[in-house]
Design a protein around this ligand. Structure first.
Ligand code: ADP
Length: 508
């Protein structure tokens, strides 16, 4: 009971006591008044009306006494009633006040709770607004970056293949070949950067497949060791249990690559780098709200480098944030990694190791699916034997280079600048081309429509889609005789894919 109600209750008890006292007092006054009046009349009677009979004398006395007693009782009752009224109204007032105060207390508690709820809602709203602004910022950057990377890939495809063909034409081991190799290495770096931009920018539906993370790390290990440099000792600690996640293999390789490059950069004079995987069960309360709890595959890339300064930590995953200085860092590595991980419903966080260096912990939702052999087998490149290839590409430089490459390898190439021209050329062919190599996005008619048109007539015609974008939405489920590749690519890879697709009768 609250203190005000307690006080009201004790006031009521006191009121009842006062009323009882008043009633007793009224009764005593009444009796005394009757007795007094009787006495006075007896004296007066005896003095004035001494000739009255006893009966007459008593009747008058009783009448007077009754009148006086009545008056006294009436007075007492009135006083009592007044007092009771006053006391009752006071007690009623107090009870009303007590109720009011109790209601006020209850409302105050409710208001306080509402206030807390409101503050939490305001905070959530502010956080969501901030996230919205951030995602809109990322979205516009991604659009610009995606467009740039696509055009860039077409340019790179030409540089790549031309450099390779030039290298074939010059003397092995000579100074020109060395220069060409240097140029090719630079082009390769540019291609990696452009892939980075595309993975960051990709906002189209991606083709997710089950990927064994342990297998992916093992397969990439040689390249990762080369990336890390000789001074860095790379150790793999891959937990043997299930490490299957749903993702895009090339993007997961990109993620690994980004984390390893950063770790190596943080250890300019060498050190230890560890890539570890394990299965973990994580509760929803330990994850951001967009992710459900459950089984995850954890990937930790840990180094013994400089570590991450506290003032840098909050900005790590922002696009274009870099502390590596002009010309060295692009600030896209971690932003891309963040985008890759988020797209498959995972998380990535950075921390400093207790002793030295930094650790990046990635959690990816575990999948129960089994891993199909999703990677493209690299068939040995071989020279052609006059097989007819229909090559469709809108960028003249890419088209010409690819044509030169394929022709130099012994294929017969018919080139077209878009789907419509290619269909018109195909209409004049009596037999199907042995292979169609086509770009995906082209003006007037794109690669997909072209292939649908060609396959209406020749259902089995093999197709190699090549695109400056990284997603395979152009591919249909279960479509055979079809490969999707990303530009730019090397001469060897292109010839290997061509060899893979050509009908068996043409194989040497
Ligand atoms: P970039 O590598 O081009 O600078 P990133 O987005 O990959 O861009 O990295 C952003 C920044 O995060 C880096 O410039 C660096 O300051 C910091 N960083 C990333 N990884 C590490 C690491 N392993 N150790 C220390 N700092 C790191």
């Amino acid at each position: 009971m609250n203190p005000v109600a307690e006080r009201a209750q004790s006031d009521e008890r006191r009121t009842r006591r006062v009323l009882w006292d008043a009633e007793v007092r009224a009764a005593i006054i009444g009796i005394l008044a009757v007795a007094g009046v009787m006495l006075i009349f007896e004296i007066v009677k005896t003095a004035i009306w001494s000739d009255m009979t006893l009966w007459e004398s008593h009747s008058v006395t009783i009448a007077f006494s009754a009148f006086a007693g009545g008056l006294a009782v009436w007075g007492a009752i009135r006083r009592h009633a007044n007092l009771q009224g006053t006391l009752l109204s006071e007690s009623f007032e107090r009870r009303r006040l007590a109720e009011l105060s109790a209601r006020l207390t209850a409302h105050t508690i409710e208001l306080e709770a509402a206030n807390v709820r409101l503050a939490a809602e305001v905070e959530t709203r502010t956080r969501l607004e901030r996230q919205l602004v951030q995602s809109q910022k990322m979205e516009s950057i991604a659009r610009i970056a995606g467009g740039l990377a696509h055009d860039f890939n077409n340019v790179l495809a030409v540089i790549f293949i031309s450099l390779e063909m030039a290298a074939l034409a010059v003397q092995t081991g000579g100074p020109i070949e060395t220069e060409l190799r240097v140029a090719r290495d630079a082009a390769e770096r540019a291609a990696r950067l452009s892939r980075q931009l595309l993975s960051f920018a990709s906002h189209r539906p991606l083709e997710f497949v089950p990927v064994d993370l342990n297998e992916l790390v093992e397969q990439a290990a040689t390249m990762l060791r080369r990336l890390a440099g000789e001074a860095v000792q790379v150790r793999l600690r891959l937990e043997a249990s299930a490490a299957v996640v749903r993702g895009v293999p090339s993007q997961l390789e990109q993620l690994l690559f980004n984390l390893v490059v950063n770790a190596a950069d943080a250890m300019p004079t060498g050190g230890h780098l560890e890539i570890a995987t394990r299965s973990v069960s994580v509760a929803a309360s330990d994850l951001p709200s967009r992710i459900e709890g459950g089984l995850f595959v954890e990937l930790c890339v840990s180094d013994t480098g400089t570590g991450i300064p506290a003032d840098v930590l909050p900005y790590l995953f922002e696009p274009f944030f870099s502390t590596k200085g002009e010309g060295k860092g692009t600030g896209l590595g971690l932003a891309t990694s963040y985008a890759i991980v988020s797209r498959i419903g995972g998380t990535i966080e950075a921390a400093n190791n207790a002793d030295r260096g930094a650790v990046f912990r990635v959690l990816l939702p575990a999948s129960e699916e089994s891993v199909a052999d999703a990677h493209l087998a690299v068939t040995a490149a071989r020279e052609g034997g006059g097989e007819r290839i229909l090559l469709v590409e809108d960028q003249a430089a890419v088209r010409d280079t690819a044509q030169r490459l394929l022709e130099s390898a012994g294929y017969h190439v018919t080139a077209a600048e878009d789907g419509e021209v290619a269909l018109a050329l195909a209409a004049q062919m009596r037999v199907a081309p042995d292979l169609v190599v086509t770009d995906v996005v082209m003006p007037r008619m794109g690669g997909r429509d072209l292939v649908d048109g060609l396959r209406a007539r020749w259902p089995e015609v093999p197709v190699l889609f090549m695109s400056g974008f990284t997603d395979k939405v152009v591919m249909r489920d279960g479509e055979s005789n079809t490969i999707f590749v990303e530009k730019p690519f090397s001469r060897e890879l292109l010839l290997s894919w061509v060899a893979q697709l050509l009908p068996a009768t043409h194989q040497p």
